[in-house]
Design a protein around this ligand. Sequence first.
Ligand SMILES: Cc1ncc(C[n+]2csc(CCOP(=O)(O)OP(=O)(O)O)c2C)c(N)n1
Ligand code: SF4
Ligand SMILES: [Mg+2]
Length: 283
Amino acid sequence: MKKTRFDFASEIAWCPGCGNFLLLQLLKESLEELDIKPTDLVISSGIGQAAKMPQYVNTSFFNGLHGRGLSVASAIKMANPNLLVIAEGGDGDMYGEGGNHFIHNIRRNPNVVHLVHNNMVYGLTQGQASPTSPKGFKTPIQTEGVILEPFNPLSVAISLGAPFVARTFVGNAELTKSLIKQAIQYNGYALIDIFDPCVSFNKINTFAWYKANTYVLDENYDSSDKMQAMAKAFESEPFPLGVLYKREDHKPTIEEQHPAYADDKRPLYERTRTAEELAHLME
Ligand SMILES: Cc1ncc(C[n+]2csc(CCOP(=O)(O)OP(=O)(O)O)c2C)c(N)n1
Ligand code: SF4
Ligand SMILES: [Mg+2]
C-alpha cells in the first residue's frame, strides 16, 4: 500500500473486506498525488460507517450531526475559501437524513467536493434499507422487501444545477482516483456517488454485482451535454460510471457571490469584530 502524508495510525472500526478501506486509500493517494498539504484540507461528515472516514485521515475534520456534513462543509468554505473542503458520508446520511441539505447546498454551489459512499444500505445500524436500496431489497425491517423506487442522486443533482456530477465504483481504482482528482480541481460543487459495497449487510449489491452491473462511459461521451447526462443518470443495471455532467463555463460559487466578500477578500475567520459590533449583533 502506498504511503501518504495523510496516513493516520489508528484502529479502524470497519469489517474486514468493507469497500470503505479501498476508498480511504484512494482518497489519500489522490490528495498526495495532487500535492495537497494536510493543513490545507478539512473533511466534514455526519454519522455512519462511511462518515467515520475523516477520523482515519491525517488532517482536520468535523464529525457532526447525521446528514449535516455538506452544510458544515459549505460553512467552512465560506469562512475560509482558501481551504480544500471535502464533505463525505454514506447514502443514508447524505441522501436520507441529509436530503434537505443535499438539495439546498447544490443550489448554493459551494466549491466543495462531495463524496458519497453508496452501499445501498444503512451499514452502521446493521442493515436497514437506505434511500438507494433497490426495490424488493429484504432487510430485518423491510421483511417483504423495499416497496419504493430508489432515490436517484445523479438526476436530482443535475436538475438542481450541480455543475459536476460523477459516479464510480471503488473496485475501479484508476477511475475512482481520476474522478476524485477532477472533483478537487473543479471550481464548484462536485458530487461523486461512489458504489462501495457493504460486505456484512448487503449480500445483493456485492463487489461482483457492481462489476457486472456497471460500465465506464467511453471517451467520446460529451459530458457538457446536460440532457444527455440526465438520460445517463436514469440508466441502471448497467449503471454508467465516469463524469456524467460537467459544466464547461464557470458557474459562480456562493463564496464568490456573497456580499461579505464583495469589498473585502479576507477570509471571514481573519476578520475581527469590536465588542460594540458584537453587542449590536446580540441585540
Ligand atoms: C437523526 C438520526 N436518525 C437516525 C440515526 C441512526 N443512524 C445512525 S447511522 C444510520 C445509517 C447510516 O447509513 P449510511 O449513511 O448509508 O452509512 P453507512 O453506515 O452505510 O456507511 C442511522 C439510520 C441517527 N443517529 N440520527
Ligand atoms: S457494516 Fe458494512 S459498511 Fe459497515 S464496516 Fe461493515 S462492511 Fe463496511
Ligand atoms: Mg450506506
